[in-house]
Design a protein around this ligand. Sequence first.
Ligand SMILES: NC(=O)c1ccc[n+]([C@@H]2O[C@H](COP(=O)([O-])OP(=O)(O)OC[C@H]3O[C@@H](n4cnc5c(N)ncnc54)[C@H](OP(=O)(O)O)[C@@H]3O)[C@@H](O)[C@H]2O)c1
Length: 182
Amino acid sequence: MAAEAPVIAVIVAVAANGVIGRDGDMPWRLSTDLKRFKALTLSHPVIMGRKTFDSVGKPLPGRLNIVVTRDHDWQAEGALAVGSLGAALELATAHLESFEPDPAAPDAEAPNTIFVAGGGQIYAQAMALADMLHVTHVEADIDGDTVFPAIDETVWHATHEERVPAGERDSHATRYVVWERG
Ligand SMILES: NC(=O)c1ccc[n+]([C@@H]2O[C@H](COP(=O)([O-])OP(=O)(O)OC[C@H]3O[C@@H](n4cnc5c(N)ncnc54)[C@H](OP(=O)(O)O)[C@@H]3O)[C@@H](O)[C@H]2O)c1
């Protein structure tokens, strides 16, 4: 039986003016959003650019970490390096296809989503390939040096929208929106 093609999902937090990063880091503190990121991505392959991996500083636990780099010698414990976004998607697809259920949880659903987790360069290349976008819209203009492409509403429509008030460990209120093609 042919395996179903995986869903390619971009996951990002973006300011009203498109900013996603500053000086190699995130220009906000959004603890609530990090929890959502973890819950959504856990057990799925996650693709990121080398600069984002460096910024996080260590592999995301419980997920296959695939890092895109042009540096053939680059390596980091707990991450797999590939030379292009296409190669990253191929590797993630192969990983999903080789899924073996955990004997302790034999009925757990097989993961079928590949998450693209930034940063700016990788998002720009992934937009044409993505099936869905998990976007945390930060409701402010923020100074920064890295941006997310504008979401073209003739291509994407919102299928879920949720206001998230700023919690104790959040610098901003956000609006979490799932965008799908079509
Ligand atoms: N707000 C959010 O949700 C979010 C999420 C993630 C990241 N960020 C922020 O985004 C910023 C980092 O983004 P960025 O755009 O500077 O960097 P990036 O996209 O994380 O990584 C760029 C690197 O990826 C590699 N790369 C890119 N395109 C490639 C290709 N076609 N083939 C092979 N390798 C390729 C290159 O690595 P080499 O130089 O090693 O060759 C390049 O330097 C940081 O500020 C980070 O905090 C924000």
